[in-house]
Design a protein around this ligand. Structure first.
Ligand SMILES: [Zn+2]
Ligand SMILES: [Zn+2]
Length: 169
């Protein structure tokens, strides 16, 4: 979503809604393929405020991702719900600005492209581990069946050992 700096009114914020297509979210970085597969677009509702030569952006980002659970390998829906704010600093501006309330991004010339910024925010906000449910018991260490119940496996009847859980006696 490219915004011309001139499009933003002086006295009130500019509100915009747009989507980032899944192909853009899934684009590879250099030679590395993206580790995530977005199969739905990311929806963005943004408010842009002119601050001298810079733009202050409030963004509501919504979407879903379908990762495999790192414990049980089951595919599940992960909701992306991120409310954030950041400043886009025009590189023509000479005075430094305060970066306490959010991240700082830069733009060159008369246009500001929000797509790579929002994409980066979404990717950086994803967890290191995807867990389908806090109570997910993972896979049985004996037979590989996904465990749904505490304390045992319906596949082989063995008690499972969870590498993620350390039990203090
Ligand atoms: Zn799971
Ligand atoms: Zn089992």
């Amino acid at each position: 979503m490219v915004i011309r700096f001139q499009m933003i009114p002086e006295d009130h914020p500019l509100q915009l809604s747009f989507v980032i297509p899944s192909e853009v979210m899934n684009a590879s970085e250099g030679s590395k393929p993206s580790p995530y597969t977005f199969d739905a677009p990311i929806r963005c509702d943004v408010k842009l405020r002119k601050m001298d030569e810079d733009v202050w952006v409030q963004a509501q980002i919504r979407g879903t991702l379908c990762p495999d659970c790192d414990r049980c390998t089951k595919n599940y829906n992960y909701m992306i719900e991120k409310d954030t704010q950041f400043t886009c600093q025009s590189l023509r501006a000479t005075n430094a600005i305060d970066d306490e309330d959010g991240d700082l991004y830069f733009f060159y010339g008369p246009e500001l492209d929000l797509t790579p910024i929002i994409r980066e925010i979404v990717l950086l906000d994803l967890p290191m581990q995807f867990i389908c449910n806090e109570s997910c018991q993972g896979l049985c260490g004996h037979c590989g069946t996904a465990l749904d119940l505490e304390g045992g496996c319906q596949g082989c009847g063995q008690h499972a050992i969870f590498p993620q859980k350390i039990v203090h006696l």
